[in-house]
Design a binder for this molecule. Sequence first.
Ligand code: FEO
Length: 168
Amino acid sequence: MISEALTREINEQIKFELYSAYMYLAMSADCSDRNLTGFAHWLTQQAEEEVAHAMRFYHFLLERGARVELMAIDQPPHQFGSPLEIMEKSLEHERFVTGRINGLYKLAVSEGDYPAQVLLQWFVTEQVEEESSIGEIVERMRMFGVEGPALLMLDTQLGSRPAEDGEE
Ligand code: FEO
């Protein structure tokens, strides 16, 4: 049986994952406003991934016979600054999420909850990928610049991001 503490923290995590989706969607709308269609596409895909993450936790709680208690989601900002600032904020956000996932894993280990550990191992791996892919974009922007042809090339590249397989 899953503990009350872990149930509470996973319910919190559902909220954080949905906030992440909200934030990436707001970033996407901000980029669309500026005709950065590739960035907007990439960020919409990111938002969809976050909904899938929330649903993994949601189904897990239901399968364990625990209560899902959805919480109020904070309103994200509407403007995020330059394209580089958007990606830097995304990276900072993912590092925060990684900290939460690690905390959840630690709790699952301390409680000897093996099913939760298996679920969270997937998220530990996912966070390594998230930080790596966003970190790479940030590094490229810092190295090649964030204006003119370099920005156009990156926008085109981000516009070709496919939907993730196996996210749900
Ligand atoms: Fe669900 Fe981007 O972490």
